[in-house]
Design a protein around this ligand. Structure first.
Ligand SMILES: Nc1ncnc2c1ncn2[C@@H]1O[C@H](COP(=O)(O)OP(=O)(O)OP(=O)(O)O)[C@@H](O)[C@H]1O
Length: 261
C-alpha cells in the first residue's frame, strides 16, 4: 500500500491545442489540407511558408474563426487565447487612443491596461493616438492587448511586420519573455528565417500541406525546406552547420570539418 503522503505523479496535461488532418476548402480548392499540429504550454511553434501557403488560414482554423472542411481542432477546455491578427480593421481616419484600442473588445480597468502595456515596454504610450505609433510600437500595443487576459495560448500572425531588423530582434525577445512569464504556448507566423530558426522550439513549413516540421536544426537540413525557400534557406542551413562544438585552430586557419564557412 502507498504511504498516504506520497505525491502521485502529475498526469500529463497534453497539448493546449491539437489540429489533426485539418483541411480548409474555399472556392472549390483546398487552401490547406492534412495539417497536423500541436502547441503545448511553454512552447514556441512557428509556421513558415510562402505567401498564400495557408499560414493565416491554419491559424484561423485553430482559433475557430474558420470552420475546417476536414479534420478536427481540439482545444483544452476553457482555453484562454490571445490573438494578434495580421491585419486589424481600424478606421485610421478616426481618433483612437491606445487605451481605447485596448478596450475595443471589452472594458478593462486602467491598471490592467497599464500593466499589460508595461509588460510589452510601451506603458508610456497609453494616451497616444494609435495613428502616431511607429510600426514596432504598434505591434507591442497589439501584443499587450493580446495578453490582457493572461492567455494560455498566444497566437501571433506576423508580429514583426513593419518593424526594422533591430526591432524584430527585440520583439522576438519580448515574445520569449512573455512565454517565460506566462508559461503560455505561442503559435506564430513569421517570414524571417534567421530569427525564427534561432528563437523557436518547433517549426512547421506550410505550403498548402506540411512540407516539413520539427526542431529548427532538423528542418533547416530538410531538402523540402530548401526547396520551399530556395537560396535564402541555404544561408540558414550554413548558420546551423556552423556549430561551435569544435575549436578553431588559429595557427592552421579555420577547421574544415563542418563546411559552414
Ligand atoms: N475565404 C477565402 N476564399 C477563397 N480563397 C481564400 C480565402 N481565404 C484565403 N484564401 C486564399 O487561400 C490562400 C492562403 O491564404 P492565407 O492567407 O492563409 O496564406 P498565408 O500563408 O497566410 O499568406 P501570406 O504569407 O501572404 O500572409 C491564398 O491564396 C488566399 O488568397
Amino acid at each position: 500500500m502507498l504511504p498516504t503522503n506520497q505525491t502521485q505523479p502529475a498526469r500529463a496535461a497534453g497539448p493546449l491545442v491539437r489540429a489533426s488532418g485539418l483541411g480548409v476548402e474555399r472556392g472549390g480548392r483546398f487552401i490547406v489540407r492534412d495539417i497536423d499540429l500541436t502547441v503545448s504550454e511553454g512552447e514556441v511553434v512557428t509556421l513558415l511558408g510562402p505567401n498564400g501557403g495557408g499560414k493565416t488560414t491554419t491559424l484561423r482554423a485553430i482559433l475557430q474563426i474558420v470552420k475546417p472542411t476536414l479534420g478536427t481542432v481540439e482545444r483544452r477546455p476553457g482555453l484562454r487565447v490571445g490573438y494578434v491578427p495580421q491585419r486589424l480593421a481600424i478606421d485610421w481616419t478616426l481618433p483612437l487612443s491606445v487605451k481605447r484600442l485596448m478596450t475595443l473588445t471589452g472594458s478593462q480597468p486602467r491598471e490592467r491596461i497599464e500593466a499589460a502595456l508595461a509588460e510589452t515596454g510601451v506603458a508610456h504610450l497609453v494616451d497616444r493616438p494609435v495613428q502616431a505609433l511607429s510600426g514596432g510600437e504598434f505591434q507591442r500595443v497589439l501584443i499587450a492587448r493580446a495578453i490582457l487576459n493572461r492567455p494560455q495560448l498566444l497566437v501571433l500572425d506576423e508580429p514583426v511586420q513593419g518593424v526594422d531588423f533591430a526591432g524584430e530582434i527585440a520583439l522576438y525577445e519580448l515574445i520569449g519573455t512573455i512565454r517565460d512569464k506566462l508559461g503560455c504556448g505561442i503559435l506564430l507566423v513569421s517570414h524571417d528565417l534567421h530569427l525564427v530558426m534561432a528563437r523557436t522550439d518547433r517549426v512547421i513549413c506550410i505550403n498548402t500541406h506540411v512540407c516539413c516540421a520539427g526542431a529548427p536544426r532538423d528542418v533547416a537540413r530538410d531538402p523540402a525546406y530548401t526547396a520551399l525557400f530556395g537560396p535564402r534557406a541555404a544561408e540558414v542551413v550554413a548558420v546551423y552547420r556552423h556549430e561551435h562544438d569544435h575549436v578553431h585552430d588559429e595557427a592552421h586557419g579555420p577547421l574544415h570539418d563542418h563546411g559552414g564557412h
